[in-house]
Design a protein around this ligand. Structure first.
Ligand SMILES: CC(C)(COP(=O)(O)OP(=O)(O)OC[C@H]1O[C@@H](n2cnc3c(N)ncnc32)[C@H](O)[C@@H]1OP(=O)(O)O)[C@@H](O)C(=O)NCCC(=O)NCCS
Length: 169
């Protein structure tokens, strides 16, 4: 799925949304570590990339930032399982937020998931994560439940959110 022909240009943020590849992973892990996301690490992402049910996207700057050499602005990792699209991780570099990158990454995940037969998108989010909640609500997710004390460091409840997906031809 991640090898799909896809290239979505985001002029405002100076990047494109493309399928993630192994070359992105060092920066994926760097973003993951700097954004407080649940940490998968390089090996887990590499293993995930090889799975046909994985939906892995990169928001890539083209050309790379001339001062830092960085290419990656953000990423999203999701997986289709039993007609559900599970959104596992999404992150955008702090200095490039509120430019539409998160919305483009998540929206593209939803489109690809629907295209692959998923009927429902599902995710969990820290109850205090206002930015992520804002993004998810903006894209039509609704809170359907919670998991008490689900997260560690710090301990916090998870909200479970879902959104129906419309089948794509
Ligand atoms: C959540 C995150 C991915 C959003 O990325 P982003 O590129 O800044 O999001 P966008 O610019 O596409 O924002 C889309 C919409 O989400 C909502 N949103 C984004 N940031 C928000 C914030 N800080 N507060 C409230 N709503 C917010 C808004 O509705 C926004 O639309 P608007 O800018 O037109 O008002 C980013 O804040 C991030 O990486 N956070 C750290 C990692 C994380 O928590 N990931 C989620 C784990 S469950």
């Amino acid at each position: 799925m991640s090898r799909a022909r896809l290239k979505l240009e985001l002029e405002g943020a100076g990047c494109v949304i493309v399928p993630m590849c192994e070359h992105d992973l060092l920066e994926v892990v760097e973003i993951e570590e700097s954004t407080g996301l649940s940490q998968w690490g390089w090996e887990a992402y590499r293993a995930e990339l090889s799975k046909p049910e994985a939906v892995m996207l990169a928001a890539r700057r083209e050309p790379p930032d001339p001062s830092t050499g960085r290419r990656l602005v953000g990423f999203a990792a999701a997986r289709v399982s039993a007609e559900e699209l599970h959104i596992n991780n999404i992150g955008v570099r702090a200095e490039l937020r509120r430019l539409g990158v998160g919305r483009a990454l998540l929206g593209t995940c939803l489109d690809l998931g629907a295209h692959c037969g998923a009927r429902l998108a599902v995710l969990e989010v820290r109850a205090s994560n206002a930015a992520a909640l804002g993004l998810y609500e903006r894209l039509g997710f609704k809170i359907v439940g919670e998991r008490r004390k689900y997260y560690k460091g710090p301990v916090e409840d998870a909200l479970i959110m879902t959104r129906p997906l419309v089948p794509k031809a």
